[in-house]
Every structure is written in structure tokens, then in C-alpha cells.
Design a binder for this molecule. Structure first.
Ligand code: ADP
Length: 497
């Protein structure tokens, strides 16, 4: 029996007023997994009212106490890791070990942000007058709206809601429409950890539900992860209402392999970065930029590896690559096979749906060779198990090709030459750079995000992740007990009595 997923508003699991259903389908079997609601603007409005009502007592709860609830979230999430990971695999298709990694990232984030309850560092600095004290504090903002995709159903929301909550904000979360059951399981953890009613609200739905959240005047901050087209639309609408916005959008991430690279390390990293999560990570490697000398050996090893990957339902133990998330994703990836043919690209392996699988949105791991910088398959985000191979002569050319895309999330270089490694570290213009490591695998204590079309200059995770959910408040305390005025001409502090 498919599960019924309700919204979670003001501490209650309630159906949407819209009564409009949102089915959730297992992408490996195409079976109906759950029914959620395609919530409307009225549901969003009720959630905003609940979040506004809960805000004052939540922001006034001492941050260390808020942190204790988040520690409890971390403990419960650890206890439920297997069950939530299995649900995630059945709902969006990534293989079980990757789903476990997804949940683990939220556990790590919960511990990290719970610890922030005893830090949330502001600073003091010397002030211009005697007997005066100055400090800058991080203050909460109010009600925040979170819009997330389906590809990291627990990790990406955790990067947003945990810093938002520890800083004293209340939250309305609109998860990806393909993953409502996983989202509800995550919210249940917060409920069971003792989060007060109204502090975290879940409103399921598709694009219109997200748009209602963006447009609601009671929501002060929007944090969005998803496609570039949608993200820029969200940015424009929110800007008109003067909202603070954080965007994480597309990527076209490259791994550079120099002639002196450790071949087996590179093969393993490229394979994992390109085909892990079926290529549906923001940080997935979709371009291999390879120096001419090593290319034949590297490509041969990659083809062999790609051919050997076992596709299937991610709950089966030996499966390495799951399906794409839905029919739309499958159609998009398949469409790029036509683009590649038109651009004269050679398909070395893959290029279609696997012959022996009649159910599920599966697509073969695919390698394109003979790709030139500037081609569509080299510039556009495909978001599937497709890797384009570009041959280069030199480090300079490799860096130039890597940087010449509309996105700037993640990049990587494989080399044993320390000078080349440092030059790449300096000159690659992405928000995340890896040396001798694939393009995926960010840790939550460092800023996550990208340059150019990937974002709007904000970052998630680490200390930088708090910036979205806090406002700086500067406080001056004059304890002189008398009139003091700075001398305007010289700027010197002058005690006038
Ligand atoms: P994808 O479909 O590839 O996940 P989207 O950018 O369409 O990428 O979706 C990311 C998130 O944004 C999802 O939760 C989706 O429902 C939401 N969304 C889609 N359209 C809008 C919109 N117009 N306004 C706000 N949120 C939206």
C-alpha cells in the first residue's frame, strides 16, 4: 500500500487544503511508493503563520538549548540511518551506500550546527572612545523558506535547516516533488527530537508550492538548490520583495588528468565522480580534460570500467548504478545523445537505455570522445551518467578549458607534480577545488558553493553557511556615564567634559 504523506504544520501532520495529490514513484521499479500533496498558496500561508507564531519563543531560547535539540536530531538520525537510507533509495534511486552517505552528511551537519549553539561567534573590536565597548553579534532573521531538489533528499536540506534553526529562525521547507516520503521521515526526526511546534514546517508540492513560498511576504529568506533556470526565476521574484536569497544551481565540473598522474587513482575517481548517483550530483564530473600522452591508457581503462558497472535497483547489494530519477530526466539525457551525434562526437561506451531492463528509468554509463571545448555537450549540464572527454596539450590549456564554462562549482586535477598542483589550486576558478581526488565529496565544515552561474556568491555549510540565516547586529555600550563626542575634524577620540 502506498504511504500517505501529509504536511507538517505547527506540530501536526495534516493534509493539504488543496486535496491535490502528488504521487511518489520508485524510479527503479516504477511502482507507486507514496502519495503526498501538491500544496497550494493557502497551505503555505498557514505554515508561515505557524512559523511566525513560533519565532519569538524559539529565538529567545538560549542557543545552547537549541543546540541540545539538534544533538538529539543527530542521535536519532544515526539510529534511523538504515531505515531512512533504504527509503531514499526506493524513492529516488541512488544506490544504498550512497544513500547512507547522504544521511551521514546530515548527521555530521547536525553535530556541527548543534555545536554552534555554544559558539555562533560574533566579535569585539577596540572602539574610538574611552569607556565604551563595541561588539558584533549574529542575530536571527525570522521565517526562512527552503526549496530543495530530489538528488540529495536529506543532505542538502540539512545544510539549510540546521544552520537556520541553530541561529534562531523558524523554517518552512518545500522538498523536491520526487522525494516527499524521505522528507517526511527527516522531519519526523526533528519532531521526535523535541523541536517545538511551528519551528520546522513541511509543505510538500511542486514548482507552484515553491513559488508561493518565494512570493509570501512573511518569508524573509529563501535558500534554493536546483536548476539554473528555476533558481534565477526565484532570485528575480525574491529580489522584488527585498528578500535575502542563497542559490546553488548547476555545474559542469571537470577533472584534469596530466601525463604524470597516478593512473589507477585517476580512473577510480573519474568513474565514481561521473557515474556515482547516476551522474545526478551538482558536483558530478561531466568533463574529463586529459593531456595527450596519458589519454590512450586512461580512456581504455575508463571504457573497461564503465562497461563493467552493474545497473539496477539500489537496494540490491552488488548494484553500482541506479536509475535516473524520472522519465523527464531520462528524456533529457537521451536528448543529449542526439546533440552529441550532431556535434560529431564519438560514443565510446553506453549511449542508450540498457537492452535487458524494461522497467525503471535506467541509462547506460556513457563516454563521449573527440569532444572540443565549446561544444554543447562540453558546456551544458546534462545531469546524467555522461562524461565528455576533451584532449589538451598543456596545463595552461587544461585550466583554460576547465574554467571556460558558464558554471563554477567543482574542479579537480590529477598530477604528481607539486608545482602543477599549486598552479591549478590558484588558477581554477571554481568554489571547490580537489587535488588528486574526484570532483565530489565535500565535507560540511567547509563552505560549499560555486562561482559564475552556479550561485549568487553565497555559500552553504561551514561558518559561511551561517551567513544566509543571520543578520549582523552591531552593539555599542557607553559606560562612561557622561557626554562623549568624537572630534570630527581629526577623527581623534576626545573626552569632552
Ligand atoms: P529539478 O527538477 O531538476 O529538481 P528544479 O529547479 O525544477 O530542478 O527544482 C528544484 C526545486 O525547486 C524543487 O523543489 C522544485 O519543486 C522547486 N521549484 C520548481 N519551480 C519553482 C518555482 N517557479 N518557484 C519556486 N520553486 C520552484
Amino acid at each position: 500500500m502506498p504511504q500517505q504523506i501529509n504536511n507538517f504544520i505547527d506540530g501536526q501532520w495534516i493534509p493539504s487544503r488543496s486535496r491535490s495529490p502528488l504521487p511518489s514513484v520508485n524510479p527503479a521499479t516504477e511502482e507507486l511508493l507514496a502519495h503526498a500533496w501538491n500544496s497550494d498558496a493557502q497551505d503555505v500561508d498557514v505554515a508561515v503563520l505557524a512559523a511566525q507564531a513560533a519565532y519569538n519563543s524559539w529565538r529567545l531560547m538560549p542557543a545552547p538549548r537549541r543546540g541540545e535539540i539538534l544533538f538529539q536530531v543527530a542521535h536519532l538520525l544515526t539510529e534511523r540511518k538504515q531505515e531512512i537510507s533504504r527509503l531514499m533509495t526506493s524513492e529516488m534511486g541512488k544506490v544504498l551506500t550512497e544513500a547512507q552517505g547522504d544521511v551521514q552528511e546530515a548527521i555530521d551537519m547536525a553535530y556541527y550546527m548543534a555545536g554552534e549553539g555554544r559558539r555562533l561567534m560574533g566579535y569585539t573590536a577596540p572602539v574610538e572612545m574611552p569607556n565604551k565597548f563595541g561588539m558584533a553579534l549574529r542575530d536571527s532573521v525570522g521565517v526562512v523558506g527552503l526549496i530543495t531538489p530530489w538528488n540529495f533528499p536529506i543532505a542538502v536540506p540539512s545544510w539549510k535547516m540546521l544552520p537556520a534553526l541553530i541561529a534562531g529562525n523558524t523554517v518552512i521547507w518545500k522538498p523536491g516533488e520526487d522525494v516527499p516520503a524521505t522528507a517526511a521521515a527527516f522531519v519526523k526526526v526533528f519532531e521526535d527530537a523535541g523541536l517545538p511546534a511551528g519551528v520546522l514546517n513541511l509543505v510538500t508540492g511542486a514548482g507552484d508550492t515553491g513559488a508561493a513560498l518565494v512570493d509570501h511576504p512573511g518569508v524573509r529568506v529563501i535558500s534554493f538548490t536546483g536548476s539554473t533556470t528555476t533558481g534565477l526565476g526565484v532570485y528575480t521574484r525574491a529580489a522584488k520583495l527585498g528578500k535575502k536569497v542563497t542559490l546553488e544551481m548547476g555545474g559542469k565540473n571537470a577533472i584534469i588528468v596530466m601525463d604524470d598522474a597516478n593512473l589507477s587513482l585517476a580512473v577510480d575517481a573519474i568513474n565514481w565522480s561521473a557515474f556515482g548517483t547516476t551522474g545526478q550530483r551538482c558536483t558530478a564530473c561531466s568533463r574529463l580534460i586529459v593531456q595527450r600522452g596519458i589519454k590512450p591508457r586512461l580512456v581504455e581503462a575508463l571504457v573497461e570500467k564503465a562497461r563493467s558497472l552493474k545497473l539496477g535497483y539500489g537496494l540490491e547489494p552488488d548494484v553500482e548504478v541506479g536509475p535516473l530519477v524520472n522519465q523527464r530526466a531520462l528524456d533529457k539525457v537521451a536528448g543529449y545523445m542526439d546533440v552529441a551525434r550532431d556535434e560529431g562526437v564519438r560514443v565510446l561506451v553506453g549511449g542508450g537505455r540498457p537492452a535487458n531492463m524494461d522497467k525503471g528509468f535506467f541509462f547506460e554509463p556513457t563516454l563521449f570522445d573527440g569532444v572540443l571545448a565549446g561544444m554543447r555537450v562540453e558546456q551544458e549540464e546534462i545531469f546524467g551518467p555522461v562524461l565528455s572527454i576533451v584532449e589538451v596539450e598543456s596545463l595552461d590549456e587544461a585550466i583554460q578549458v576547465s574554467n571556460s564554462v558558464p558554471y563554477g562549482l567543482s574542479s579537480s586535477i590529477f598530477t604528481e607534480n607539486v608545482n602543477a598542483a599549486f598552479r591549478a589550486m590558484r588558477d581554477l576558478t571554481t568554489g571547490i577545488v580537489y587535488i588528486n581526488h574526484g570532483t565530489t565529496g565535500a565535507e560540511i565544515q567547509f563552505p560549499f558553493g560555486g562561482t559564475r552561474g552556479t550561485g549568487n556568491g553565497m555559500r552553504e555549510a561551514g561558518q559561511a553557511g551561517l551567513d544566509t540565516y543571520t543578520e549582523w547586529k552591531s552593539v555599542y555600550v557607553d559606560f562612561s556615564g557622561r557626554l562623549q563626542r568624537a572630534q570630527i575634524d581629526t577623527g581623534d577620540a576626545l573626552d569632552q567634559d
